[in-house]
Design a protein around this ligand. Structure first.
Ligand SMILES: O=C1O[C@H]([C@@H](O)CO)C(O)=C1O
Length: 543
């Protein structure tokens, strides 16, 4: 079946947290409409760019785009961005059930509000390995009041202007900001569109809910909980998880989870749902929503103080959740025992000519004007650097626990060429930033594939002993995974999807500052590229 969507993307004034801001909407909405499809369906999105002066591209996050790498929606990597006034048609198959996301993938545009969820159901007659009465979904986000332009300009200035902590946290597009002292036309706490209407999830006492949760934060790692209720995790990034119970769910930008939650508490009142920034000592107030027990009034405030959530610096609990996520019995895809290539990726904050950047193995990434997919297919080798990026860093000598003596890095727009059908290991190695005693959390997202999460660890990865501890029994497959402060995360994937694929930190500012790489595999196997993706840089739409 074909699922056809017609979307118009434009700027509109919105007040998701009471503060008036230009947000990017789809058909007037942010979050955008949910794509509902069934396994095997073809999704067609006819996207009209009505942004007046800004390009756009939309990435279908978690959809592997097998056979359609040109519709991955990554500006500069898989397509020329869509120019104002143009309509671009994305067309791809959703080949697996589960919970996925979509969002802008052009500069830092995602955080202006251009995002939504994709829900893919099983074919009729096939059931999930768990039961529930109702299926609901929410997207968690953080929200800045400064425009994307102001943020991006600050990040690329010398002296560096950091974006700072977000002003509020949104739960499915709704948040709350304290407007005191601000003009009513800028921030209006009595506006019925904001403070008086937090997001409400209404539940019937005794029923079990599947709650699909996705995070598309620009910066924040989050903890999410529903007061007084335990949650059972059953799905992660589209894969069935061996169920485990949590009081709060840690969720990083780009991840999706399904949790089961039973409305089994006193039905005479409502409860708080809370999102909280973790991994940064943030000033951002917690996000609040109402878990509303029918027939209590949805606007009735819970009688309690909202739960405060875990300590922001409790790395052990976050690591423990990562390690608890295992593939569900009966749904295990075993990883290849041996990998053909190991790429160690040291994550560092650096300077280049006085500008602040992020680097992988001391190389900070730049997106070329000519998208790689077209460049590689059409052999336009002059448009990007042909020296391959490094597979490792100075393993013996680099002290990940300290600020580097020399923070200088270089920049490049070269890519990693992977042998088609080979098995690749990636070791994400975290380190100290340019601030003493500081290491951050980075959620890494791979386009075009799922990877096995082979293991996590603290400190410096040991190439001799740590691989012996990899989980070959039931590792979960994901498309996004966190690397914890001063820690490492090991991934394995098969380079079996012809195309050019980004792999990057999902923090908007970090990817913007160079924290990403690009993989190429099997492009020679692809047929002709659609002309609609061409037209920029050295590419010609009409030869
Ligand atoms: O890239 C970043 O810059 C700041 C800080 O390191 C310097 O202001 C921060 O917290 C980041 O994640």
């Amino acid at each position: 079946r074909i699922r056809h969507y017609r979307w118009e993307v434009k700027y509109e004034f919105k007040t998701p947290d009471c503060f008036k801001k230009l947000a990017i909407t789809i058909n007037g909405q942010t979050p955008g409409p949910t794509i509902e499809a069934q396994e095997g369906d073809t999704v067609v999105v006819e996207l009209k760019n009505s942004l007046l002066t800004e390009n756009v591209a939309i990435h279908w996050h978690g959809i592997r785009q097998k056979g359609t790498p040109w519709f991955d929606g990554t500006g500069g990597v898989t397509q020329c961005p869509i120019v104002p006034g143009d309509t671009f048609v994305y067309k791809f198959v959703v080949d697996r059930p589960g919970t996925y996301l979509y969002h802008a993938h052009y500069s830092m545009q995602r955080e202006a509000g251009l995002y939504g969820m994709i829900r893919v159901s099983l074919p009729p007659g096939i059931a999930e390995p768990y039961t529930y009465d109702y299926d609901r979904s929410i997207i968690l986000n953080d929200w800045y009041h400064k425009s994307t332009y102001e943020q991006a300009t600050g990040l690329s200035s010398n002296p560096f202007v950091w974006v700072g902590e977000p002003q509020s946290l949104l739960i499915h597009g709704k948040g709350w900001f304290d407007c005191s002292g601000l003009q009513a036309d800028v921030c209006n706490a009595t506006n019925p569109a904001c403070s008086r209407s937090p997001y409400v999830l209404t539940v019937v006492p005794g029923k079990t809910y599947r709650l699909r949760i996705g995070s598309l934060t620009a910066l924040a790692a989050l903890s999410f909980e529903i007061e007084g209720h335990n949650m059972t995790v059953v799905e992660a990034d589209g894969h069935n998880v061996e169920p485990f119970e949590v009081k709060n769910l840690f969720i990083y930008s780009g991840e999706t989870y399904s949790i089961l939650i039973k409305a089994n508490q006193a039905p005479t009142r409502n409860y708080w749902a809370v999102s909280k920034v973790v991994s940064r000592n943030s000033t951002t107030p917690n996000g609040l929503a109402v878990f509303n027990y029918y027939p209590n009034h949805p606007r009735r405030s819970p009688p309690t103080v909202p739960p405060v959530g875990p300590a922001w610096n409790d790395v052990n609990s976050r690591l423990a959740q990562g390690q608890a996520i295992k593939a569900r019995q009966g749904y295990i895809h075993s990883p290849p025992r041996i990998s053909d290539r190991v790429i160690v990726m040291l994550n560092t904050q650096n300077t280049i000519n006085g500008y602040t950047r992020w680097s992988i193995n001391n190389v900070s990434y730049n997106i070329p004007d000519t998208p790689y997919l077209i460049a590689v297919k059409d052999k336009l080798y002059h448009v990007f650097d042909q020296t391959p990026p490094p597979d490792s860093y100075d393993f013996q000598n680099y002290d990940i626990s300290r600020k580097a003596n020399n923070s200088n890095a270089t920049t490049s727009n070269s890519l990693y060429k992977l042998q088609f059908n080979s098995t690749v290991d990636i070791i994400l190695q975290n380190a100290n930033t340019m601030t003493s005693n500081n290491s951050e959390t980075h959620p890494w997202h791979l386009h075009g594939h799922d990877f096995w999460v082979m293991g996590y660890g603290k400190g410096k990865f040991d190439i001799n002993s740590d691989p012996k501890k990899y989980n070959y029994v039931n590792p979960i497959m994901k498309n996004t995974v966190a690397v914890q402060p001063y820690g490492w995360t090991a991934l394995r994937f098969r380079a079996d999807n012809p195309g050019v694929w980004a792999f990057h930190c999902h923090i908007e500012a970090h990817f913007y500052l160079g924290m990403g790489v690009v993989f190429e595999e099997g492009v020679e196997k692809l047929g002709p590229l659609p002309s609609s993706i061409k037209g920029c840089g050295d590419t010609k739409r009409f030869p």
